[in-house]
Write a protein that binds this ligand. Structure first.
Ligand code: ADP
Length: 599
Protein backbone atom coordinates (compact mmCIF):
# COMPACT_ATOMS: atom_id res chain seq x y z
CA UNK A 1 0.00 0.00 0.00
CA UNK A 2 2.80 2.41 0.94
CA UNK A 3 4.61 1.51 -2.28
CA UNK A 4 2.28 3.49 -4.52
CA UNK A 5 3.56 6.84 -5.63
CA UNK A 6 0.32 8.43 -4.45
CA UNK A 7 0.82 7.18 -0.88
CA UNK A 8 4.46 8.18 -0.91
CA UNK A 9 3.55 11.68 -2.02
CA UNK A 10 0.90 11.97 0.71
CA UNK A 11 3.32 10.70 3.34
CA UNK A 12 6.06 13.08 2.24
CA UNK A 13 3.69 16.03 2.37
CA UNK A 14 2.36 14.97 5.80
CA UNK A 15 5.86 14.60 7.18
CA UNK A 16 6.90 17.90 5.64
CA UNK A 17 4.00 19.82 7.14
CA UNK A 18 4.28 18.10 10.54
CA UNK A 19 8.00 18.76 10.83
CA UNK A 20 7.53 22.34 9.59
CA UNK A 21 4.88 22.93 12.24
CA UNK A 22 7.04 21.31 14.92
CA UNK A 23 10.00 23.55 14.04
CA UNK A 24 7.86 26.68 13.86
CA UNK A 25 6.14 25.75 17.14
CA UNK A 26 9.42 25.14 18.96
CA UNK A 27 10.90 28.33 17.57
CA UNK A 28 7.85 30.39 18.50
CA UNK A 29 7.51 29.04 22.06
CA UNK A 30 11.23 29.48 22.71
CA UNK A 31 11.17 32.99 21.32
CA UNK A 32 8.09 33.93 23.34
CA UNK A 33 9.68 32.53 26.55
CA UNK A 34 12.97 34.35 25.92
CA UNK A 35 11.16 37.56 25.08
CA UNK A 36 9.05 37.38 28.20
CA UNK A 37 12.02 36.62 30.47
CA UNK A 38 14.06 39.44 28.89
CA UNK A 39 11.14 41.83 29.30
CA UNK A 40 10.84 40.83 33.00
CA UNK A 41 14.49 41.55 33.79
CA UNK A 42 14.44 44.73 31.70
CA UNK A 43 11.50 45.87 33.78
CA UNK A 44 13.31 44.97 37.03
CA UNK A 45 16.41 46.74 35.82
CA UNK A 46 14.35 49.84 35.11
CA UNK A 47 13.22 49.82 38.78
CA UNK A 48 16.30 48.59 40.67
CA UNK A 49 19.06 49.28 38.12
CA UNK A 50 21.96 51.69 38.60
CA UNK A 51 19.87 54.45 36.92
CA UNK A 52 17.44 54.35 39.89
CA UNK A 53 19.98 55.09 42.64
CA UNK A 54 17.53 57.44 44.24
CA UNK A 55 14.78 54.81 44.50
CA UNK A 56 17.17 52.22 45.94
CA UNK A 57 18.54 54.68 48.60
CA UNK A 58 14.96 55.53 49.64
CA UNK A 59 14.46 51.78 50.20
CA UNK A 60 17.61 51.71 52.36
CA UNK A 61 16.37 54.61 54.41
CA UNK A 62 13.08 52.86 55.05
CA UNK A 63 14.95 49.64 55.89
CA UNK A 64 16.83 51.44 58.68
CA UNK A 65 13.45 52.12 60.36
CA UNK A 66 12.15 49.74 62.96
CA UNK A 67 9.16 48.68 60.85
CA UNK A 68 11.41 48.65 57.81
CA UNK A 69 9.71 45.60 56.27
CA UNK A 70 6.29 47.26 56.23
CA UNK A 71 7.70 50.53 54.87
CA UNK A 72 9.52 48.70 52.08
CA UNK A 73 6.33 46.81 51.33
CA UNK A 74 4.53 50.16 51.15
CA UNK A 75 7.05 51.51 48.60
CA UNK A 76 6.77 48.36 46.55
CA UNK A 77 3.02 48.55 46.60
CA UNK A 78 3.24 52.11 45.33
CA UNK A 79 5.56 50.93 42.50
CA UNK A 80 3.55 47.82 41.70
CA UNK A 81 2.61 49.08 38.23
CA UNK A 82 6.22 49.75 37.17
CA UNK A 83 7.20 46.31 38.53
CA UNK A 84 4.36 44.64 36.59
CA UNK A 85 2.89 43.18 39.80
CA UNK A 86 -0.53 41.76 38.94
CA UNK A 87 -1.02 39.83 42.22
CA UNK A 88 -1.80 36.69 40.26
CA UNK A 89 1.19 35.64 38.19
CA UNK A 90 3.67 38.16 39.60
CA UNK A 91 4.09 39.13 43.27
CA UNK A 92 6.58 40.90 45.47
CA UNK A 93 7.77 39.76 48.89
CA UNK A 94 9.84 41.31 51.65
CA UNK A 95 12.01 38.64 53.27
CA UNK A 96 14.32 38.67 56.20
CA UNK A 97 17.84 39.28 54.84
CA UNK A 98 19.50 36.68 57.12
CA UNK A 99 16.92 33.90 57.48
CA UNK A 100 15.03 34.54 54.27
CA UNK A 101 11.72 34.19 56.15
CA UNK A 102 8.57 35.86 54.91
CA UNK A 103 7.91 39.30 56.41
CA UNK A 104 5.31 40.58 54.00
CA UNK A 105 4.32 40.96 50.33
CA UNK A 106 1.58 41.13 47.73
CA UNK A 107 0.65 37.51 48.38
CA UNK A 108 1.00 35.16 51.30
CA UNK A 109 4.02 32.93 51.89
CA UNK A 110 2.44 29.93 50.12
CA UNK A 111 3.03 31.55 46.74
CA UNK A 112 6.79 31.57 47.32
CA UNK A 113 8.58 28.89 45.27
CA UNK A 114 9.03 25.83 47.42
CA UNK A 115 12.63 25.17 46.47
CA UNK A 116 15.20 27.75 47.36
CA UNK A 117 15.86 30.02 44.37
CA UNK A 118 19.49 30.55 43.27
CA UNK A 119 18.81 34.31 43.11
CA UNK A 120 17.61 34.28 46.73
CA UNK A 121 20.78 32.52 47.84
CA UNK A 122 22.93 35.08 45.98
CA UNK A 123 21.02 37.90 47.69
CA UNK A 124 21.43 36.30 51.12
CA UNK A 125 25.17 35.87 50.57
CA UNK A 126 25.35 39.52 49.61
CA UNK A 127 23.52 40.44 52.84
CA UNK A 128 25.91 38.35 54.91
CA UNK A 129 28.89 40.02 53.25
CA UNK A 130 27.06 43.34 53.49
CA UNK A 131 27.58 43.82 49.83
CA UNK A 132 24.49 45.52 48.62
CA UNK A 133 25.57 45.79 45.04
CA UNK A 134 24.97 42.14 44.25
CA UNK A 135 21.48 41.49 42.96
CA UNK A 136 20.20 38.04 42.17
CA UNK A 137 18.70 38.53 38.67
CA UNK A 138 19.34 35.41 36.64
CA UNK A 139 16.68 32.99 35.56
CA UNK A 140 16.73 29.76 33.59
CA UNK A 141 14.42 29.45 30.57
CA UNK A 142 13.61 25.91 31.67
CA UNK A 143 12.66 26.88 35.22
CA UNK A 144 8.94 27.15 35.93
CA UNK A 145 9.27 30.63 37.45
CA UNK A 146 11.44 33.72 37.11
CA UNK A 147 12.54 35.92 40.03
CA UNK A 148 14.66 38.75 41.26
CA UNK A 149 16.16 39.07 44.76
CA UNK A 150 17.44 42.49 45.80
CA UNK A 151 19.35 42.86 49.14
CA UNK A 152 18.43 46.00 51.02
CA UNK A 153 20.66 47.00 53.94
CA UNK A 154 19.55 49.82 56.21
CA UNK A 155 21.33 50.37 59.53
CA UNK A 156 21.40 47.05 61.28
CA UNK A 157 18.44 45.79 59.35
CA UNK A 158 18.76 43.62 56.31
CA UNK A 159 15.91 42.67 54.00
CA UNK A 160 15.56 41.04 50.69
CA UNK A 161 13.02 42.26 48.15
CA UNK A 162 11.96 39.19 46.26
CA UNK A 163 9.89 39.44 43.08
CA UNK A 164 8.57 36.19 41.60
CA UNK A 165 6.72 35.55 38.34
CA UNK A 166 5.27 32.02 38.03
CA UNK A 167 5.36 32.17 34.19
CA UNK A 168 1.66 31.42 33.92
CA UNK A 169 1.42 34.14 31.31
CA UNK A 170 4.06 32.39 29.24
CA UNK A 171 2.33 29.06 29.72
CA UNK A 172 -0.98 30.58 28.68
CA UNK A 173 0.66 32.17 25.68
CA UNK A 174 2.41 28.93 24.76
CA UNK A 175 -0.83 27.04 25.24
CA UNK A 176 -2.53 29.38 22.83
CA UNK A 177 0.35 29.10 20.44
CA UNK A 178 0.20 25.31 20.64
CA UNK A 179 -3.51 25.44 19.92
CA UNK A 180 -2.91 27.69 16.90
CA UNK A 181 -0.11 25.43 15.69
CA UNK A 182 -2.30 22.34 16.07
CA UNK A 183 -5.05 24.06 14.12
CA UNK A 184 -2.53 25.01 11.41
CA UNK A 185 -1.23 21.45 11.44
CA UNK A 186 -4.68 19.96 10.89
CA UNK A 187 -5.41 22.46 8.13
CA UNK A 188 -1.94 21.71 6.69
CA UNK A 189 -2.64 18.00 6.78
CA UNK A 190 -5.94 18.48 5.04
CA UNK A 191 -4.21 20.64 2.45
CA UNK A 192 -1.50 18.00 2.01
CA UNK A 193 -4.09 15.27 1.40
CA UNK A 194 -5.81 17.52 -1.12
CA UNK A 195 -2.49 18.47 -2.70
CA UNK A 196 -1.33 14.88 -2.93
CA UNK A 197 -4.64 14.02 -4.57
CA UNK A 198 -4.19 16.85 -7.10
CA UNK A 199 -0.52 16.00 -7.58
CA UNK A 200 -1.30 12.36 -8.13
CA UNK A 201 -3.89 13.43 -10.68
CA UNK A 202 -1.46 15.63 -12.57
CA UNK A 203 1.77 13.69 -11.98
CA UNK A 204 0.91 10.13 -11.08
CA UNK A 205 -2.01 9.93 -13.55
CA UNK A 206 0.22 10.17 -16.65
CA UNK A 207 2.74 7.84 -15.01
CA UNK A 208 -0.04 5.31 -14.38
CA UNK A 209 -1.15 5.63 -18.00
CA UNK A 210 2.46 5.12 -19.08
CA UNK A 211 2.70 2.05 -16.84
CA UNK A 212 -0.50 0.61 -18.34
CA UNK A 213 0.91 1.29 -21.82
CA UNK A 214 4.21 -0.39 -20.91
CA UNK A 215 2.28 -3.41 -19.61
CA UNK A 216 0.33 -3.59 -22.89
CA UNK A 217 3.57 -3.40 -24.88
CA UNK A 218 5.14 -6.07 -22.64
CA UNK A 219 2.14 -8.28 -23.42
CA UNK A 220 2.83 -7.77 -27.13
CA UNK A 221 0.04 -5.27 -27.88
CA UNK A 222 1.58 -2.48 -29.95
CA UNK A 223 -1.81 -1.36 -31.28
CA UNK A 224 -2.31 2.13 -29.87
CA UNK A 225 0.25 4.83 -29.09
CA UNK A 226 -0.16 6.69 -25.77
CA UNK A 227 -1.55 10.24 -26.12
CA UNK A 228 1.05 12.94 -25.34
CA UNK A 229 -0.95 15.34 -23.15
CA UNK A 230 1.73 17.73 -21.94
CA UNK A 231 5.05 19.23 -22.92
CA UNK A 232 6.73 18.60 -19.55
CA UNK A 233 9.12 15.75 -18.69
CA UNK A 234 6.21 13.27 -18.53
CA UNK A 235 5.08 14.39 -21.99
CA UNK A 236 8.64 13.92 -23.33
CA UNK A 237 8.82 10.53 -21.60
CA UNK A 238 5.49 9.48 -23.18
CA UNK A 239 6.70 10.58 -26.63
CA UNK A 240 9.98 8.71 -26.18
CA UNK A 241 8.07 5.67 -24.95
CA UNK A 242 5.87 5.75 -28.09
CA UNK A 243 8.98 5.95 -30.26
CA UNK A 244 10.60 3.11 -28.33
CA UNK A 245 7.46 0.98 -28.71
CA UNK A 246 7.48 1.70 -32.46
CA UNK A 247 11.13 0.69 -32.80
CA UNK A 248 10.49 -2.37 -30.63
CA UNK A 249 7.53 -3.36 -32.80
CA UNK A 250 9.47 -3.10 -36.04
CA UNK A 251 12.46 -4.90 -34.48
CA UNK A 252 10.18 -7.68 -33.23
CA UNK A 253 8.49 -7.89 -36.63
CA UNK A 254 11.91 -8.15 -38.31
CA UNK A 255 12.96 -10.82 -35.79
CA UNK A 256 9.69 -12.70 -36.30
CA UNK A 257 10.26 -12.54 -40.03
CA UNK A 258 13.78 -13.86 -39.64
CA UNK A 259 12.54 -16.62 -37.35
CA UNK A 260 9.84 -17.62 -39.84
CA UNK A 261 12.44 -17.71 -42.58
CA UNK A 262 14.69 -19.86 -40.43
CA UNK A 263 11.78 -22.13 -39.43
CA UNK A 264 10.85 -22.62 -43.08
CA UNK A 265 14.47 -23.23 -43.93
CA UNK A 266 14.90 -25.76 -41.13
CA UNK A 267 11.62 -27.43 -42.07
CA UNK A 268 12.47 -27.94 -45.70
CA UNK A 269 16.23 -28.24 -45.74
CA UNK A 270 17.59 -31.65 -46.58
CA UNK A 271 20.33 -31.41 -43.96
CA UNK A 272 19.42 -32.19 -40.36
CA UNK A 273 19.70 -29.50 -37.67
CA UNK A 274 19.58 -30.31 -33.96
CA UNK A 275 20.07 -27.67 -31.24
CA UNK A 276 20.65 -28.07 -27.49
CA UNK A 277 20.58 -25.44 -24.73
CA UNK A 278 23.55 -24.86 -22.40
CA UNK A 279 22.39 -27.70 -20.12
CA UNK A 280 22.35 -30.17 -23.02
CA UNK A 281 18.55 -30.32 -23.35
CA UNK A 282 17.07 -30.55 -26.84
CA UNK A 283 15.51 -27.28 -28.05
CA UNK A 284 15.14 -27.91 -31.77
CA UNK A 285 15.20 -30.82 -34.20
CA UNK A 286 14.03 -30.48 -37.81
CA UNK A 287 12.22 -33.28 -39.71
CA UNK A 288 15.32 -34.07 -41.80
CA UNK A 289 17.33 -34.74 -38.61
CA UNK A 290 14.62 -37.09 -37.27
CA UNK A 291 14.64 -39.03 -40.55
CA UNK A 292 18.43 -39.21 -40.62
CA UNK A 293 18.75 -40.33 -36.99
CA UNK A 294 16.03 -42.97 -37.62
CA UNK A 295 14.63 -42.63 -34.12
CA UNK A 296 12.07 -40.76 -32.10
CA UNK A 297 13.48 -37.40 -31.03
CA UNK A 298 11.15 -35.93 -28.41
CA UNK A 299 11.33 -32.80 -26.27
CA UNK A 300 12.96 -34.62 -23.34
CA UNK A 301 15.96 -35.83 -25.38
CA UNK A 302 19.44 -34.76 -24.35
CA UNK A 303 22.77 -34.34 -26.10
CA UNK A 304 24.18 -37.30 -24.18
CA UNK A 305 21.52 -39.63 -25.61
CA UNK A 306 21.88 -38.47 -29.20
CA UNK A 307 25.54 -37.53 -29.66
CA UNK A 308 27.22 -38.26 -26.33
CA UNK A 309 29.18 -41.12 -27.95
CA UNK A 310 30.83 -38.72 -30.45
CA UNK A 311 32.21 -35.96 -28.19
CA UNK A 312 31.51 -34.82 -24.59
CA UNK A 313 29.00 -31.97 -24.40
CA UNK A 314 31.34 -29.73 -22.37
CA UNK A 315 34.04 -29.96 -25.02
CA UNK A 316 31.69 -28.77 -27.77
CA UNK A 317 30.16 -26.06 -25.58
CA UNK A 318 33.60 -24.62 -24.87
CA UNK A 319 34.48 -24.31 -28.57
CA UNK A 320 35.06 -20.74 -29.72
CA UNK A 321 33.46 -19.66 -32.96
CA UNK A 322 34.22 -20.47 -35.80
CA UNK A 323 35.76 -23.69 -34.45
CA UNK A 324 33.75 -26.85 -34.95
CA UNK A 325 34.20 -30.59 -34.77
CA UNK A 326 33.48 -33.03 -37.61
CA UNK A 327 32.56 -36.64 -36.98
CA UNK A 328 31.11 -39.45 -39.06
CA UNK A 329 28.33 -41.73 -37.93
CA UNK A 330 26.61 -44.69 -39.53
CA UNK A 331 22.87 -45.01 -38.94
CA UNK A 332 21.43 -48.14 -40.56
CA UNK A 333 22.65 -48.16 -44.16
CA UNK A 334 23.25 -44.39 -44.21
CA UNK A 335 26.50 -42.56 -43.56
CA UNK A 336 26.13 -39.18 -41.85
CA UNK A 337 28.66 -36.41 -41.53
CA UNK A 338 28.10 -34.68 -38.18
CA UNK A 339 29.25 -31.07 -37.58
CA UNK A 340 29.20 -29.97 -33.93
CA UNK A 341 29.65 -26.37 -32.81
CA UNK A 342 28.63 -24.03 -30.00
CA UNK A 343 26.38 -21.14 -31.00
CA UNK A 344 27.01 -18.72 -28.13
CA UNK A 345 29.13 -18.72 -24.99
CA UNK A 346 26.50 -16.91 -22.91
CA UNK A 347 23.66 -18.25 -20.75
CA UNK A 348 21.37 -18.49 -23.78
CA UNK A 349 24.01 -20.40 -25.70
CA UNK A 350 24.21 -24.07 -26.48
CA UNK A 351 25.33 -26.59 -29.06
CA UNK A 352 24.25 -26.88 -32.68
CA UNK A 353 24.57 -30.15 -34.57
CA UNK A 354 24.35 -30.29 -38.36
CA UNK A 355 23.75 -33.65 -40.04
CA UNK A 356 24.68 -34.18 -43.66
CA UNK A 357 23.80 -37.43 -45.42
CA UNK A 358 26.88 -38.40 -47.42
CA UNK A 359 25.74 -41.90 -48.35
CA UNK A 360 25.12 -41.01 -52.01
CA UNK A 361 28.33 -39.01 -52.14
CA UNK A 362 30.26 -42.00 -50.83
CA UNK A 363 28.49 -44.33 -53.24
CA UNK A 364 29.14 -42.03 -56.17
CA UNK A 365 32.77 -41.80 -55.15
CA UNK A 366 32.92 -45.58 -55.02
CA UNK A 367 31.22 -45.82 -58.40
CA UNK A 368 33.60 -43.30 -59.89
CA UNK A 369 36.61 -45.21 -58.61
CA UNK A 370 35.11 -48.46 -59.85
CA UNK A 371 34.35 -46.89 -63.22
CA UNK A 372 37.90 -45.59 -63.66
CA UNK A 373 39.28 -48.98 -62.62
CA UNK A 374 36.91 -50.70 -65.08
CA UNK A 375 37.82 -48.41 -67.98
CA UNK A 376 41.53 -48.92 -67.33
CA UNK A 377 41.05 -52.64 -67.06
CA UNK A 378 38.90 -52.88 -70.21
CA UNK A 379 41.41 -50.93 -72.25
CA UNK A 380 44.50 -52.58 -70.83
CA UNK A 381 43.53 -56.11 -71.89
CA UNK A 382 43.15 -55.39 -75.64
CA UNK A 383 46.16 -53.06 -75.54
CA UNK A 384 48.32 -55.78 -74.01
CA UNK A 385 47.12 -58.18 -76.68
CA UNK A 386 47.84 -55.72 -79.49
CA UNK A 387 51.28 -54.98 -78.11
CA UNK A 388 52.30 -58.60 -77.63
CA UNK A 389 51.12 -59.71 -81.12
CA UNK A 390 52.75 -56.69 -82.73
CA UNK A 391 56.02 -57.38 -80.86
CA UNK A 392 55.93 -61.03 -81.89
CA UNK A 393 55.48 -60.03 -85.55
CA UNK A 394 58.33 -57.51 -85.27
CA UNK A 395 60.73 -59.91 -83.52
CA UNK A 396 60.01 -62.76 -85.95
CA UNK A 397 61.27 -60.60 -88.85
CA UNK A 398 59.52 -62.68 -91.47
CA UNK A 399 60.39 -66.07 -89.86
CA UNK A 400 56.78 -66.75 -89.25
CA UNK A 401 54.37 -68.58 -91.50
CA UNK A 402 52.20 -66.32 -93.60
CA UNK A 403 49.04 -67.89 -92.16
CA UNK A 404 50.12 -67.31 -88.54
CA UNK A 405 51.13 -63.73 -89.29
CA UNK A 406 47.74 -63.21 -90.92
CA UNK A 407 46.10 -64.67 -87.83
CA UNK A 408 48.06 -62.31 -85.56
CA UNK A 409 47.10 -59.32 -87.65
CA UNK A 410 43.42 -60.38 -87.48
CA UNK A 411 43.69 -60.50 -83.68
CA UNK A 412 45.29 -57.04 -83.61
CA UNK A 413 42.47 -55.68 -85.78
CA UNK A 414 39.80 -57.38 -83.58
CA UNK A 415 41.34 -55.95 -80.39
CA UNK A 416 41.61 -52.53 -81.98
CA UNK A 417 37.93 -52.75 -83.01
CA UNK A 418 37.12 -53.74 -79.47
CA UNK A 419 38.92 -50.74 -78.06
CA UNK A 420 37.23 -48.49 -80.60
CA UNK A 421 33.94 -50.03 -79.54
CA UNK A 422 34.64 -49.34 -75.87
CA UNK A 423 35.77 -45.78 -76.53
CA UNK A 424 32.67 -45.15 -78.70
CA UNK A 425 30.40 -46.51 -75.97
CA UNK A 426 32.15 -44.36 -73.36
CA UNK A 427 31.80 -41.33 -75.57
CA UNK A 428 28.09 -42.01 -76.03
CA UNK A 429 27.65 -42.39 -72.28
CA UNK A 430 29.57 -39.25 -71.47
CA UNK A 431 27.49 -37.29 -74.03
CA UNK A 432 24.32 -38.66 -72.50
CA UNK A 433 25.63 -37.79 -69.02
CA UNK A 434 26.54 -34.28 -70.03
CA UNK A 435 23.17 -33.81 -71.74
CA UNK A 436 24.98 -33.02 -75.03
CA UNK A 437 23.44 -35.90 -76.91
CA UNK A 438 20.46 -34.10 -78.40
CA UNK A 439 17.60 -36.38 -79.38
CA UNK A 440 16.47 -36.06 -82.98
CA UNK A 441 12.78 -36.56 -82.48
CA UNK A 442 10.46 -37.82 -85.24
CA UNK A 443 7.20 -39.71 -85.42
CA UNK A 444 7.86 -43.23 -86.68
CA UNK A 445 6.09 -46.62 -86.73
CA UNK A 446 7.26 -48.50 -83.63
CA UNK A 447 6.58 -51.94 -85.17
CA UNK A 448 8.65 -51.13 -88.27
CA UNK A 449 11.65 -50.22 -86.11
CA UNK A 450 11.41 -53.56 -84.26
CA UNK A 451 11.16 -55.46 -87.54
CA UNK A 452 14.24 -53.81 -88.97
CA UNK A 453 16.30 -54.58 -85.82
CA UNK A 454 15.08 -58.19 -85.80
CA UNK A 455 16.07 -58.46 -89.48
CA UNK A 456 19.52 -57.08 -88.72
CA UNK A 457 20.03 -59.80 -86.11
CA UNK A 458 18.56 -62.60 -88.19
CA UNK A 459 21.81 -63.68 -89.85
CA UNK A 460 23.72 -63.74 -86.62
CA UNK A 461 20.95 -65.73 -84.92
CA UNK A 462 20.79 -68.19 -87.80
CA UNK A 463 24.52 -68.72 -87.65
CA UNK A 464 24.12 -69.76 -84.05
CA UNK A 465 21.16 -71.98 -84.75
CA UNK A 466 18.69 -69.76 -82.86
CA UNK A 467 15.08 -69.39 -83.68
CA UNK A 468 14.49 -65.62 -83.67
CA UNK A 469 10.80 -64.85 -83.96
CA UNK A 470 8.93 -61.58 -84.00
CA UNK A 471 5.16 -61.71 -83.42
CA UNK A 472 3.85 -58.36 -84.56
CA UNK A 473 0.48 -57.38 -83.06
CA UNK A 474 -2.37 -56.34 -85.29
CA UNK A 475 -1.49 -52.72 -85.02
CA UNK A 476 1.12 -50.61 -83.28
CA UNK A 477 0.87 -46.84 -83.10
CA UNK A 478 3.36 -44.30 -84.30
CA UNK A 479 5.66 -43.09 -81.56
CA UNK A 480 7.65 -39.90 -81.11
CA UNK A 481 11.34 -40.44 -80.39
CA UNK A 482 14.88 -40.57 -81.72
CA UNK A 483 14.49 -43.57 -84.03
CA UNK A 484 18.16 -44.39 -84.52
CA UNK A 485 18.89 -44.29 -80.75
CA UNK A 486 15.83 -46.37 -79.92
CA UNK A 487 16.90 -48.89 -82.59
CA UNK A 488 20.32 -48.92 -80.88
CA UNK A 489 18.54 -49.91 -77.64
CA UNK A 490 16.52 -52.65 -79.40
CA UNK A 491 19.72 -53.84 -81.07
CA UNK A 492 21.40 -54.16 -77.69
CA UNK A 493 18.54 -56.08 -76.08
CA UNK A 494 18.04 -58.48 -79.00
CA UNK A 495 21.83 -58.75 -79.52
CA UNK A 496 22.24 -59.73 -75.84
CA UNK A 497 19.53 -62.39 -76.20
CA UNK A 498 21.43 -63.81 -79.19
CA UNK A 499 24.76 -63.61 -77.35
CA UNK A 500 23.71 -65.05 -74.04
CA UNK A 501 21.62 -67.90 -75.36
CA UNK A 502 23.49 -71.11 -76.08
CA UNK A 503 23.38 -72.21 -79.74
CA UNK A 504 20.04 -73.52 -80.91
CA UNK A 505 18.05 -71.38 -78.53
CA UNK A 506 14.72 -69.59 -78.92
CA UNK A 507 14.33 -65.83 -78.92
CA UNK A 508 10.89 -64.31 -79.07
CA UNK A 509 10.19 -60.64 -79.62
CA UNK A 510 6.69 -59.36 -78.79
CA UNK A 511 5.24 -55.87 -78.68
CA UNK A 512 2.03 -54.10 -77.77
CA UNK A 513 0.53 -50.81 -76.74
CA UNK A 514 -1.76 -49.18 -74.20
CA UNK A 515 -3.58 -45.89 -74.54
CA UNK A 516 -0.42 -43.83 -74.29
CA UNK A 517 2.50 -46.27 -74.21
CA UNK A 518 4.12 -48.92 -76.38
CA UNK A 519 6.22 -51.81 -75.15
CA UNK A 520 8.58 -54.44 -76.49
CA UNK A 521 9.55 -57.71 -74.77
CA UNK A 522 12.58 -59.78 -75.78
CA UNK A 523 12.36 -63.24 -74.25
CA UNK A 524 15.04 -65.91 -74.60
CA UNK A 525 15.68 -69.34 -73.12
CA UNK A 526 19.37 -68.69 -72.62
CA UNK A 527 21.63 -68.72 -69.59
CA UNK A 528 19.44 -66.27 -67.68
CA UNK A 529 20.54 -63.76 -65.04
CA UNK A 530 20.98 -64.89 -61.42
CA UNK A 531 18.73 -63.16 -58.88
CA UNK A 532 21.62 -61.34 -57.17
CA UNK A 533 22.72 -59.69 -60.45
CA UNK A 534 19.32 -58.62 -61.73
CA UNK A 535 19.47 -55.26 -59.95
CA UNK A 536 22.94 -54.43 -61.21
CA UNK A 537 23.10 -55.34 -64.90
CA UNK A 538 22.18 -51.77 -65.89
CA UNK A 539 25.29 -50.45 -64.12
CA UNK A 540 28.28 -49.46 -66.17
CA UNK A 541 30.72 -52.32 -66.93
CA UNK A 542 28.63 -54.71 -64.87
CA UNK A 543 28.65 -58.15 -66.37
CA UNK A 544 27.43 -61.41 -64.91
CA UNK A 545 30.10 -63.47 -66.64
CA UNK A 546 33.01 -61.25 -67.64
CA UNK A 547 34.88 -63.84 -69.74
CA UNK A 548 31.79 -64.79 -71.68
CA UNK A 549 30.85 -61.18 -72.31
CA UNK A 550 34.33 -60.27 -73.51
CA UNK A 551 34.46 -63.37 -75.68
CA UNK A 552 31.28 -62.32 -77.38
CA UNK A 553 32.61 -58.80 -77.91
CA UNK A 554 30.58 -57.20 -75.11
CA UNK A 555 31.81 -54.10 -73.28
CA UNK A 556 29.43 -54.18 -70.31
CA UNK A 557 28.18 -50.72 -71.32
CA UNK A 558 25.33 -51.68 -73.69
CA UNK A 559 22.50 -51.87 -71.12
CA UNK A 560 23.62 -48.74 -69.25
CA UNK A 561 23.59 -46.79 -72.54
CA UNK A 562 20.19 -48.35 -73.32
CA UNK A 563 18.81 -47.24 -69.98
CA UNK A 564 20.11 -43.67 -70.43
CA UNK A 565 18.47 -43.42 -73.87
CA UNK A 566 15.14 -44.89 -72.71
CA UNK A 567 15.06 -42.64 -69.66
CA UNK A 568 15.64 -39.61 -71.85
CA UNK A 569 12.51 -40.68 -73.74
CA UNK A 570 10.70 -40.81 -70.38
CA UNK A 571 10.41 -44.57 -70.73
CA UNK A 572 11.60 -47.57 -68.70
CA UNK A 573 13.74 -50.60 -69.31
CA UNK A 574 13.84 -53.49 -66.88
CA UNK A 575 13.97 -57.23 -66.49
CA UNK A 576 10.47 -58.67 -66.58
CA UNK A 577 9.45 -61.71 -64.52
CA UNK A 578 10.42 -64.83 -66.47
CA UNK A 579 9.35 -68.40 -66.08
CA UNK A 580 11.82 -71.18 -66.79
CA UNK A 581 15.41 -70.69 -68.01
CA UNK A 582 16.28 -67.53 -69.85
CA UNK A 583 15.60 -63.83 -69.60
CA UNK A 584 12.90 -61.34 -70.56
CA UNK A 585 13.81 -57.70 -71.02
CA UNK A 586 10.98 -55.17 -71.38
CA UNK A 587 11.19 -51.69 -72.77
CA UNK A 588 8.24 -49.30 -72.38
CA UNK A 589 7.97 -45.90 -74.09
CA UNK A 590 5.41 -43.11 -74.10
CA UNK A 591 3.72 -42.62 -77.46
CA UNK A 592 4.35 -38.90 -77.49
CA UNK A 593 6.96 -36.71 -75.83
CA UNK A 594 4.96 -34.04 -74.06
CA UNK A 595 7.66 -32.85 -71.68
CA UNK A 596 11.40 -32.45 -72.16
CA UNK A 597 13.23 -35.69 -71.76
CA UNK A 598 14.59 -36.37 -68.30
CA UNK A 599 18.25 -37.16 -67.86
P1 ADP B 1 27.65 -56.65 -72.58
O1 ADP B 1 28.36 -55.82 -73.53
O2 ADP B 1 28.53 -57.38 -71.64
O3 ADP B 1 26.62 -57.47 -73.20
P2 ADP B 1 25.44 -55.27 -71.46
O4 ADP B 1 25.39 -54.05 -70.68
O5 ADP B 1 24.67 -55.29 -72.73
O6 ADP B 1 26.95 -55.63 -71.65
O7 ADP B 1 24.90 -56.42 -70.53
C1 ADP B 1 25.36 -56.47 -69.21
C2 ADP B 1 25.41 -57.90 -68.70
O8 ADP B 1 24.09 -58.41 -68.51
C3 ADP B 1 26.00 -58.87 -69.65
O9 ADP B 1 27.39 -58.92 -69.51
C4 ADP B 1 25.37 -60.17 -69.27
O10 ADP B 1 26.11 -60.78 -68.24
C5 ADP B 1 24.02 -59.78 -68.76
N1 ADP B 1 22.96 -60.02 -69.82
C6 ADP B 1 22.39 -59.05 -70.58
N2 ADP B 1 21.42 -59.61 -71.37
C7 ADP B 1 21.36 -60.92 -71.05
C8 ADP B 1 20.55 -62.03 -71.49
N3 ADP B 1 19.62 -61.88 -72.43
N4 ADP B 1 20.77 -63.21 -70.93
C9 ADP B 1 21.74 -63.36 -69.98
N5 ADP B 1 22.53 -62.39 -69.51
C10 ADP B 1 22.35 -61.17 -70.06
Amino acid sequence: MFRSLHMKLTLILLLLITSLMAVVGAFLTTSVSSFYINAFYQQMDDVFGSDREEFVSSLRQEAAQEDGAELIGEILKNNAASLGIDYRTRNYFVLDGITGSYLGGSADASVLPREQSANLLTARNAVLQRDETTVGDGSDITADYMDLAVPVLGGDNAYIIYIVDNKDTISDLNGQLFFIIMQALIIGLLISVLLSFLLSKTMVGPIEKLTAGAERVAAGDFGSALPVESTDEIGILTGTFNEMAGVLQSTLAAMENERNKLDTLFLHMTDGVVAFDHTGKLIHCNPAAKTMLQREVGGGCTYEELFGDLRPFGEILSLQRPDHVEEERTVGDRTLEVYLASFSDREQGGVLVLLHDVTEQHRNEERRKEFVANVSHELRTPLTNVRSYAETLRDAQGDIPQETAQNFLDIIITETDRMTHIVQDLLTLSRLDAGNAELVLSRFPFGEAIESVVRANALNARQRGHQLVYDPPESLPLVVGDRSRLEQVMMNIIGNAVKYTPDGGHIRVTAGSTEDTVWMDVCDDGIGIPEKDRERIFERFYRVDKARSRESGGTGLGLSIAREIVQRHNGTIALAPHEGPGTTVRMTLPISQSRPAAC
